[in-house]
Design a protein around this ligand. Structure first.
Ligand code: NAD
Ligand code: LMR
Length: 313
């Protein structure tokens, strides 16, 4: 009997989509379909072929095809949605909401038809609202509709902590709760290096500076790039989530999940720590928060709700 390789479709072959496709192939997580709009079919095929030709050099056998047809995506195990416009300096992620809601909805209609058993990971911004939009359009169970923000925000937070203490990033632990906006909530109380709480190693004002830099970490990159937003660390984050699902690793990662009572919110997609495994989101951790942490999370949740209320249709 032929062994079926895992199949991963990346919708949107721009900066984040193309980088994700290459990283997925480099880790041989499955065969990759890179899909963009018909007007960009040839450039998409060209990117995919160029990546495939890196295989002999880097030693990977994943197939990568570029396409604009959802027939090629049929029966994917994972679909990653990066389709949409990115912000430029001076813009907020929320400015993208209605353009990207239309794009995400149309992508999801095709995903529902061609990849009905897939687990879907949404990247397009504003990502909490776009994950909500995707969930409604797909009609999939909540464990199979997941948004990416917390892995990236946490990666930024851990990078800054490692830089500040001049220690290996591998020894830094922490996570970021809440919406993917400037009022996200890095949880200082749960942050440590080599098991040592950072509150015992850094003065309060340095921690506060790291928290603030994390909150505006996306904007910092947008201002430097000028013509788009971050893509290397976002792609790495998508790959970590994909690996957790395809290998049933049961990683504990912060992702955007549908909350139905957890943290006191109902019907809201927002970043929380979960177990990510073969069943997608297998469990949401409903942590005890201090009154200050809960107030910060309430503020972030209110921002997410206000963006969702802006989605037309
Ligand atoms: N959640 C996060 O942490 C995070 C991180 C980085 C980027 N983003 C978001 O991801 C999105 C993509 O960013 P990017 O840098 O890759 O942008 P990009 O402009 O480089 O690429 C977007 C691609 O989507 C394609 N596209 C548009 N409509 C489509 C459709 N209907 N079907 C298929 N493809 C379609 C475009 O042709 C383009 O190639 C943006 O909304 C950005 O804000 C989110
Ligand atoms: O900041 C952006 O617009 C892109 C992304 O959400 C990020 O955090 O890098």
């Amino acid at each position: 009997m032929a062994i079926r390789r895992k199949k991963i479709t990346v919708v949107g072959a721009g900066f984040t989509g193309a980088t994700t496709a290459l990283m997925l192939a480099q880790k041989e997580l499955g065969d990759v379909v890179l899909l963009d709009i018909p007007q960009l079919e040839n450039p998409t095929k060209g990117k995919a072929l160029d990546m495939l030709e890196a295989g002999p050099v880097q030693g990977f056998d994943s197939k990568i095809v570029g396409t604009s047809s959802y027939e090629d995506a049929a029966d994917s195990d994972i679909v990653i949605i990066t389709a949409g416009i990115a912000r430029k300096p001076g813009m907020s992620r929320d400015d993208l909401v209605n353009t990207n809601a239309g794009i995400v909805r149309s992508v999801c209609e095709n995903v529902k038809k061609h990849c009905p058993n897939s687990t879907v990971i949404v990247l397009s911004n504003p990502v909490d609202a776009m994950t909500h939009t995707a969930y409604r359009a797909l009609g999939f169970p909540k464990n199979r509709v997941i948004g990416q923000s917390g892995v990236l925000d946490t990666a930024r937070y851990c990078t800054f902590i490692a830089q500040e203490l001049n220690v290996s990033v591998e020894d830094v632990r922490g996570f970021v709760l809440g919406g993917h906006g400037d009022d996200m909530v890095p949880l200082v109380r749960y942050s440590s290096v080599g098991g040592i709480p950072i509150e015992t190693l850094l003065p309060r004002e340095r921690i506060e500076a790291i928290v603030q830099r994390t909150r505006v970490g996306g904007g910092e990159i947008v201002d430097l790039l000028v013509n788009g937003s971050a893509y290397y660390a976002p792609a790495a984050s998508l790959v970590q989530m994909t690996e957790a699902i395809l290998k049933d690793k049961k990683r504990i990662l912060p992702v955007i999940a549908l909350l139905e009572g957890e943290y006191g919110y109902d019907g809201l997609f927002m970043g929380v720590p979960v177990i990510l495994g073969g069943g997608g989101i297998e469990k949401v951790f409903d942590l005890e928060l201090t009154p200050d942490e809960k107030a910060a999370l309430d503020k972030s949740a209110a921002s997410v709700r206000s963006v969702i209320s802006m989605v037309r249709g």
